[in-house]
Design a protein around this ligand. Sequence first.
Ligand SMILES: [Mg+2]
Length: 260
Amino acid sequence: MMEPIRGVLLDIDGVLHVSMQPINGATETLDWLTKHGYETCFVTNTTTLARRTLAQRLQQIGLPVAEQRLITAPVATASYIRQHFPGKRCWILSKGDTASDFEGIEMVEERADIVVIGGAEELLTYETMNHAFRMLMDGAALLAMHTNLYWRTKEGLQLDSGPFVRALELASGKKAIVLGKPNQAFFGQALSTIGVAAHESIMVGDDIENDIRGAQTAGMRGILVETGKHNAHSPQLQQTQPEAILPSLADLPAWLEGKD
Ligand SMILES: [Mg+2]
């Protein structure tokens, strides 16, 4: 017998919206989940926006996403630093406006105790990489908000910061602590936010590696939706089998009702 489902974790990009266009039925599904007593939490590796700003943007396109139910990779990174490196000096390489997520953490330009790599794009120059490398060799710890390799944009595929994190690991001999999905602690933070155990929760995502396999490793069931990165024909399904594959988030209420 499967445990009844009480918690629903949801990825955002490719699940709730694509390029800020809401998926048909996404708003209705979120309302349905609330009405039926499911605890929801939103989990994303996005590093470009502060949690507060992202929640506002999603609300502006009609998606009821509360700030305190939103866990982003920068939020998880800041929380890890507060817990494991209290009072330490931090150097962050990341684009976007996430400063408010790191409130209370001391930021420095050099001689940092912690080097953090986020979604940095064109900031990942030889100069910044070498600066990071030198601080690592002087004893700093290496943290990565995620290790995504690339993503798709209107112009084509775009190299992400994962390969640069690997380069720093290789040169320094240090292993990066990765804080975003598919890290188990990331899902753990979301589950503790809603106070539901992993075996009573599902994760809904469009990425078989980060969302589905990550959730399964953390003890949850993973539901793949086909509105984003992966679908029922993705080769990654040979390694990872989701609990269900649904055309879109709009099909989730019927799937949950079928489990009763
Ligand atoms: Mg996604």
